[in-house]
Design a protein around this ligand. Structure first.
Ligand code: VGL
Ligand code: ZN
Length: 200
C-alpha cells in the first residue's frame, strides 16, 4: 500500500440501510465494527477517508411513490439519512452526497459531490489517488456501481469483502454483484490481509 495514493470509501452506512431502517439491508449493521477497524488502519497510515451518503429529495423517481424501485429512504435531513451512530467517522473524513437529482437513482459514489459541490472524481484527482478500497452498503447497488465506475475511470478498485452487505432482492444478487465487479477488474481484500500487508 503506497502512501497517499490509496483511499478508503465507505458507502452509505446510514440508519435507513441498517436493521430497523426504511430500506434495511439484512445484517447491514454488521459492517460497522469492521469498517471502524479499517478507519483506524487508514487513519494511522495517513490515508484519506471518504464517506458517501444517499441523500434524496422528497420527490424522486427513485421512490415507489414516483414509479421507482424503492420505498422512501434517506430523505435529506431525516433521521434515517444520518450516518449510523456506531460508525466512527473521523472529523477529517470527506462526506459526499448523492441521489439528490429527482430524475436519477444516483447509486454510484461517482454521482456524488462534496460540500463544495466538487465531484468525487475531482476530489480524487486533486490528491492523486489511484486505488480505492470500498466497504459499506449495499453490495448489489451502491457499492457495485461505485466500484464499476471507479474501474471505468481508471482507478484500481478493491472490495473489502468482510465489510460489505447486499440487499438481495433476488437471492443471488450479492454473489452476482461480486462476480461482476471481479470480472471487470476489481480485487478483494480483508482486514486481516490488509493489516498483514501494511505491517510488512
Ligand atoms: C442504495 C438502494 C437504493 C444503496 C441506495 O446505497 O445501495 N440501494 N438507494
Ligand atoms: Zn437511494
Amino acid at each position: 500500500m503506497k502512501k497517499l495514493k490509496h483511499a478508503l470509501v465507505i458507502v452509505d452506512v446510514q440508519v435507513d440501510f441498517c436493521p430497523g431502517g426504511a430500506l434495511a439491508v439484512p445484517e447491514g449493521d454488521a459492517v460497522i465494527p469492521v469498517l471502524n477497524k479499517y478507519i483506524k488502519l487508514f487513519s494511522k497510515a495517513g490515508l484519506p477517508i471518504f464517506a458517501t451518503r444517499d441523500w434524496h429529495p422528497e420527490h424522486t423517481k427513485h421512490f415507489h411513490s414516483h414509479g421507482g424501485r424503492w420505498p422512501e429512504h434517506c430523505k435529506q435531513g431525516s433521521p434515517g439519512a444520518g450516518f449510523h451512530p456506531a460508525l466512527h467517522l473521523p472529523d477529517t473524513a470527506v462526506m459526499l452526497s448523492k441521489g439528490m437529482h429527482p430524475e436519477e437513482d444516483g447509486y454510484s459514489a461517482f454521482d456524488a459531490t462534496d460540500r463544495h459541490g466538487a465531484t468525487f472524481k475531482n476530489c480524487l484527482k486533486q490528491i492523486g489517488i489511484t486505488t480505492l478500497y470500498f466497504g459499506g452498503l449495499a453490495t448489489d447497488y451502491c457499492v457495485k456501481w461505485s466500484v464499476l465506475d471507479a474501474l471505468t475511470f481508471g482507478f484500481h478498485a478493491v472490495v473489502l469483502s468482510d465489510a460489505v452487505k447486499g440487499v438481495n432482492i433476488d437471492r443471488h444478487d450479492t454473489e452476482k454483484a461480486l462476480a461482476e465487479m471481479h470480472q471487470q477488474g476489481a480485487e478483494t481484500t480483508t482486514l486481516e490481509k490488509l493489516t498483514r500487508l501494511l505491517l510488512q
